[in-house]
Design a protein around this ligand. Structure first.
Ligand SMILES: [Zn+2]
Ligand SMILES: [Zn+2]
Length: 401
């Protein structure tokens, strides 16, 4: 039988998790390849981003395709958006290192993109237990996640626009079906009270539901603003899976700004937003970890390493608003001629930050608005534009005085 004629399921997908990877990956993952890097410092988790269940985001004629069914008023199917297969790898540190002096409070966890240095970038920043992408829990501006959720399928997933990456921002029964398949739970229902785990982020943060790994209720008195805390994670048989591991509990299935657990923060249905651990190989000042086309090699754990991003991207500047300096990150999947320019509201070019040939990689540029040897820059709204031969992206930023 042709592979394409066969439905992609938890049973038919390929799973290849080598015996030298930590217990966590062997026990809970399906439809992925995982192996330890040569030094033993990283788990390289390879996955295709395909969803092992039916979805109306599979193209017509695909064995996994089902017809769209509205889930209520306001729901829609993103036109022309389909689940596509990609090759991803995310290199997850075996012993992640906490960022020093990091406070995860209500200011940092605000549901908005570009307001903190340590947010996960937009894009694929982790893997669910079934090999589906996990995104930053926020929506790409100017969208908001509350609206975006109306385009989710039955599994709370959707592609990032036409030919975009299929992903979750939040809880999904998809990973719970893996736990059911492995005989760890009986009902793959979000909020069922059994073990609820969704996946792992690129920096090593584990995303849980509203139970601990042994099925007990978590102690919410020590949660930070994204329902995260640190403790040993022990499974239902008493086996230690992680020691002192930061993880978040996605504990609510309705969007609300209430604080029903009384921990002083509003509930966050979409977590984590802030990366607790230092990012492997990508610098220490901000967070750039994400799925890539090739793994982080052990001898390349340096700033500006040569690993190639999987997506061409321009990120929201941070901080934003700013005064007087801000950082603009972008990822180049291939080398070539690059222009990064700043325009004012009238469309006048006021600065050229980058002009010339660059190699592929993760790039970062700092703009100091007081570098006004050319022309003073006043407070207000500006646009920054990244252009290559083939594509361009533009984003807004706000300079305060
Ligand atoms: Zn999305
Ligand atoms: Zn916990």
């Amino acid at each position: 039988m042709l592979l394409s004629a066969q439905a992609y399921t938890l049973e038919s997908c390929e799973t290849n998790i080598s015996g030298n990877t930590p217990e966590f990956f062997q026990k809970y993952f399906q439809c992925v390849d995982a192996s330890l890097s040569e030094s033993g410092n990283y788990i390289n988790l390879y996955y295709t981003g395909l969803a092992p269940y039916e979805s109306w985001y599979y193209p017509d004629g695909d064995p996994n395709h089902i017809d769209y069914v509205s889930q209520g008023e306001g729901y829609f199917q993103i036109p022309g958006a389909y689940i596509t297969e990609y090759d991803y790898v995310v290199s997850i540190p075996v012993d992640p290192e906490a960022r020093p002096n990091l406070t995860i409070d209500g200011d940092a966890v605000d549901g908005e993109v570009g307001t903190s240095n340590f947010e996960y970038p937009m894009g694929s920043v982790g893997s669910a237990l079934n090999g589906v992408n996990m995104f930053n829990p926020c929506a790409s501006p100017p969208d908001i996640i509350e609206d975006e959720s109306y385009s989710f399928d039955y599994y709370s997933g959707h592609p990032a626009g036409p030919s975009g990456i299929y992903h979750y921002h939040t809880t999904s029964k998809g990973p719970l079906e893996v736990l059911e398949y492995k005989g760890l739970i009986e009902t793959p229902t979000v909020g069922s009270g059994e073990i609820e785990m969704y996946g792992i982020m690129c920096d090593g943060v584990v995303v849980m539901g509203c139970t601990e790994l042994d099925g007990t209720a978590p102690n919410s008195s020590d949660w930070d603003a994204q329902n995260g805390h640190i403790h040993n994670m022990v499974d239902e048989e008493g086996i230690s899976i992680f020691e002192d591991r930061y993880h978040t509990h996605v504990c609510y299935d309705e969007i609300t700004e209430d604080d029903t657990d009384g921990n002083g923060y509003q509930e966050h249905e979409f977590t984590p937003e802030i990366s607790f651990y230092r990012t492997p190989g990508m610098g220490q000042n901000h967070n750039r970890c994400r799925a890539m086309s090739s793994p982080i090699e052990d001898d390349m754990v340096v700033l500006g390493s040569e690993i190639t991003p999987t997506e061409f991207a321009l990120y929201q500047n941070y901080p934003n608003p700013f005064n007087p300096t801000t950082t603009i990150d972008y990822d180049l999947t291939r080398g070539g001629s690059i222009d990064l320019t700043i325009f004012d509201l009238m469309g006048r070019r006021i600065r050229t930050l980058v002009h010339g040939n660059q190699k592929p990689g993760f790039k970062s540029v700092i703009w100091d608005a007081t570098d006004d040897f050319a022309r003073p820059v006043s407070a207000g709204l500006y646009f920054y534009k990244l252009e290559t031969l083939h594509r361009s992206f533009t984003k807004k930023m706000l300079l305060l005085k």
